[in-house]
Design a protein around this ligand. Structure first.
Ligand code: S3P
Length: 429
């Protein structure tokens, strides 16, 4: 599907972004693990979360939708059924990696696969430590790539330091640790998103932090909870936040956005660049911090360096921050972001090559990007490369080009935000 984007002058109005994708995956998975019935409110309805839901159905979990609410009949930690078909994670790395952690603890055989993009993404980061815990896992290319076949056992606890900054790996191991007898310790020196830890704590698991990065989990007998309420996704809000910042005029109000500090790096970076963003009505809901955001346009931005500890906090927003940097004064350099090469597409290559088609001065570095600000973009034909975040970043850039642009492969947005272009249309003029 192709989408034509016309240049705009003003971004204004009020939007409610869909439920947080990371938290939605976890809410589905942990609901399946509890004993009894639990309600989920604000679940993201998109291809990625549908993949998690369908895999859980294959494992015998029952779901009932009622308007905005989804009721889940949990099977308890040990009540899953052996699936009689291959589990398909689609385009979703979170589904594949978190599910691998769950399947590693089940006393049955399962096979896990995904679409062409996911079958190219690295899995050894989960298969290796899960094997150390005692699971029997094999997959293509020495267990680096899907499809994986998994046969679980009673697992051993693990002491493990994440070798890569990945919340998906951390979460897979914490889920597997629920199936070990004893205490597991996982060190996350990168401080990646902590939604799994928060959800487990909410469900009564004995999980705590020692110091800044040591997570200690004692395997529980059972998990209990009544309701997951999922805040709006800051990563889905991000294109609108950048668009409202770059627009010469307008004010955009975003309601009920998750502001977990492991996810809000883009707000800090944009503030440092000079953007006008206010965080209003801060509150805590279901163990996650939430707020409303007010974004004003017309501010002059300046280039910054984005590196080090900031990278995990902005990991999914880097293509959009690159777009913002194009319109800032001076250079922006992004370093230490080589993880972007193993996302839904190689995002360093995708964003630099596609933005160059609009005339942007952006250079790919081995582990980041160098962007010259002050650009005048011209409308162009660009490609999403099958990557939802690239499609949204290109659409955001196209709003401020000198003429109309066409984004090919725009249907990719369905992975995380099916209504993206409708919402964008409603606020752009
Ligand atoms: C996610 C973790 C991050 C992020 C992805 C969602 C999660 O991936 O990029 O969009 O829900 O845990 P990694 O764990 O591969 O860094």
């Amino acid at each position: 599907m192709e989408i034509t984007i016309k240049p705009v002058e003003k971004i204004a109005g009020q939007v409610k972004v869909p439920g947080d994708k990371s938290i939605s995956h976890r809410a589905l998975l942990f609901s399946a693990l509890i004993e009894g019935t639990i309600e989920i409110e604000g679940l993201l309805a998109a291809d990625d979360t549908r993949a998690t839901l369908n895999c859980l159905k294959e494992l015998g979990v029952e779901f009932a939708a009622d308007g905005e609410k989804l009721t889940v009949k949990g099977r308890g930690l040990r009540g899953f059924e052996e699936p009689d078909n291959v589990l398909d994670a689609g385009n979703s790395g979170t589904t594949a990696r978190l599910l691998a952690g769950l399947l590693a603890g089940q006393p049955f055989y399962s096979t896990l696969t995904g679409d062409g993009s996911l079958r190219r993404r690295p899995m050894k980061r989960v298969t290796e430590p899960l094997r150390q815990m005692g699971a029997s896992i094999s997959g293509r290319h020495n267990s680096e790539h899907l499809p994986l076949s998994i046969r679980g056992y009673d697992l051993l606890p693990i002491s493990y330091t994440l070798p890569v900054p990945s919340a998906q790996v951390k979460s897979a191991l914490l889920i597997a640790a629920l199936y070990s007898r004893g205490t597991s310790e996982i060190k996350d020196p990168y401080n990646t998103r902590d939604h799994t830890e928060r959800a487990l704590r909410y469900l009564g698991a004995e999980i705590k932090k020692a110091g800044r990065s040591f997570i200690i989990l004692k395997s529980p007998a059972k998990l209990k909870g009544e309701r997951f309420r999922i805040p709006g996704d800051i990563s889905a809000a991000a294109p609108f936040i950048v668009a409202a910042t770059l627009a010469p005029r307008g004010e955009l109000y975003l309601e009920n956005v998750g502001i977990n500090p492991t996810r809000t790096g883009m707000l800090d970076v944009l503030a440092q660049m000079g953007a006008g963003i206010s965080i209003l009505n801060e509150r805590e809901d279901n163990c996650e911090p939430v707020a409303d955001l007010l974004v004003r346009g017309g501010f002059k931005l300046k280039g910054v360096e984005i590196s080090g500890e900031m990278i995990p906090r902005v990991i999914d927003e880097i293509p959009l921050l690159a777009v913002a940097a194009l319109f800032a004064q001076g250079e922006t350099v992004i370093k230490g972001a080589s993880e972007l090469r193993v996302k839904e597409s190689d995002r360093l290559s995708s964003i630099s090559n596609e933005l160059q088609k609009m005339g942007a001065l952006i250079k790919e570095l081995p582990d980041g990007l160098a962007i010259s600000g002050g650009a005048r973009l011209s409308g162009a034909r660009c490609e999403s490369r099958g990557d939802h975040r690239i499609a949204m970043a290109l659409a955001t850039a196209a709003l401020f080009a000198g003429s109309e642009s066409v984004i090919g492969g725009a249907e990719a947005v369905a992975a995380s935000f099916p209504g993206f272009f409708t919402v964008l249309n409603g606020i752009a003029s």
